[in-house]
Structures are given as C-alpha cells and as structure tokens.
Design a protein around this ligand. Structure first.
Ligand code: PGA
Length: 230
C-alpha cells in the first residue's frame, strides 16, 4: 500500500511532524505547493509562521474557494490564506480560484489550465467528515478536474460554524478535481478528531470508491497520512 500512515495521538506532536515533512519536501527542492484551508490547517500554518521557512521563491495553489465570496470577505479562502499564512510567509505567486468570477465555468477552466502549467511538488489535504478532499463531495468522478460543485447540506452545516447563519454559507464552490489533486508528486493528508474516523478508515482499508473521495488516494504512489486517531 502506498499510503504511509502515521498515528500520532498528541496533536502538538502531529503538527510538529507536519512542519518537518514540509521542511523536508522543500529542502528536496519543492517549489510548487498545493494548500488547503479549514480548521485542521490553522495550527499548522501558525507553526509554519513560527519557523524560518521561506516560501518567497515558491508558488502556491489552493484547493478551493467559495463561489460568490471575494478576497476581502472574511470567510473566503483567499482571506483565510492571507490571514493565516501569506501575510507572514508570502509566496512568489499564490493562486486561488476567483470567488467573484462572473463566468464560473470559464474560471474553473482557467484555474485548471494554470494548474496544468505547473507540477505540484506537494499537496496538503484535510478530509471532510463525508470523505471529501478539497470540495470534491461524495460521488465526484475520480477523473474530475477543476470544477464548480454544489456543496452538500452536511458540508454547508459543518462550515456554518464560521458564518453568521447557515443561510450565509455559499451553496457552490470551485474545487480542484480529484484528478487535479492526484497529479501532485507528494500528498500530505491530515485527519484530526473522531468525526473523521469513518472517512479515514475507508482510506486506510484501501477502499477505492467514489462515495468516499479521499479513497482515490489509495492509487497514488506517495501519500503520507497523519492522524491523531488510534
Ligand atoms: P476541517 O475541514 O479541517 O475544518 O475539518 C477539512 C475539510 O473539509 O477538508
């Protein structure tokens, strides 16, 4: 099995390990980093900001962005990235889908084309309670590239904790597709907390089912999974 599973019960130690992996990947020459958002990544970015790591010659691509939220909206992922990472650790270039793009299909195509001009040396991933990666919800084709998704009611409900009310959570998002993610040379997935157990188990039991998008990773040659679940 290609997945390297590391169970680290202490989240503090787990995030330290994630920082070490990112430093190692960078020391080996990685220049293009796929980045993720969500609660799981906040402590990781805080730790990275406390290091001397320098991304000023690197390029980043984020996994996803809400349709309809611009960079100044405090729940956009563009805003999140500036707040948690880029303002302290700027990259040479940072790319995210443009939440306010008028023509969403055209924006998805533009983002995928831009991704295709680069090789992602590294991709950071969280995992949804329903097994999503990026915003690739259950049932998404493993052949998918960057596209616009309808967020599932459960994802909207889970993410509502960041918004004033459920009604404020966008219904659509841009996401890199499963295939776009799998093109990365090295993938680090972080799964923290009991709510992720079912999704994680499908992955580590080597299932390969579009109902659990993260299981697409079982066919990737270089995946590290860090989890506090034992
Ligand atoms: P979380 O989100 O880190 O906020 O749990 C992860 C995800 O939905 O991919």
């Amino acid at each position: 099995m290609a997945i390297q599973l590391e169970r680290i019960p202490s989240t503090e130690a787990l995030y330290e390990r994630a920082v070490t992996i990112i430093k190692e990947v960078k020391a080996q020459g990685a220049k293009t980093f796929g980045l993720a958002t969500g609660g799981t990544m906040e402590p990781l970015y805080a730790k990275l900001c406390d290091t001397t790591i320098d991304f000023s010659e690197a390029v980043s691509f984020n996994l996803d962005e809400y349709v309809g939220l611009g960079a100044t909206h405090d729940q956009s992922y563009n805003y999140y990235m500036h707040h948690h990472l880029f303002k302290q650790k700027p990259f040479k270039q940072s790319h995210l889908p443009q939440g306010l793009a008028h023509d969403t299909q055209q924006e998805a195509a533009r983002y995928e084309a831009l991704l295709n001009e680069h090789i992602l040396d590294f991709q950071l991933l969280g995992i949804g309670v329903n097994g999503h990666i990026g915003f690739n919800e259950p049932g998404t084709s493993f052949d998918s590239v960057t596209h616009v998704v309808n967020l599932t009611p459960s994802t909207r409900e889970i993410n509502a904790r960041y918004f004033a009310s459920l009604e404020d959570v966008p219904h659509k998002a841009f996401t890199m597709g499963v295939q776009s993610i799998l093109r990365a040379n090295c993938i680090l997935l972080i799964a923290i907390g009991e709510s992720k157990r079912n999704a994680l188990e499908a992955l580590i039991n080597n299932e390969y089912i579009e109902d659990v998008p993260a299981t697409a990773l079982t066919k990737h040659p270089n995946v590290i999974v860090l989890t506090d679940l034992v």
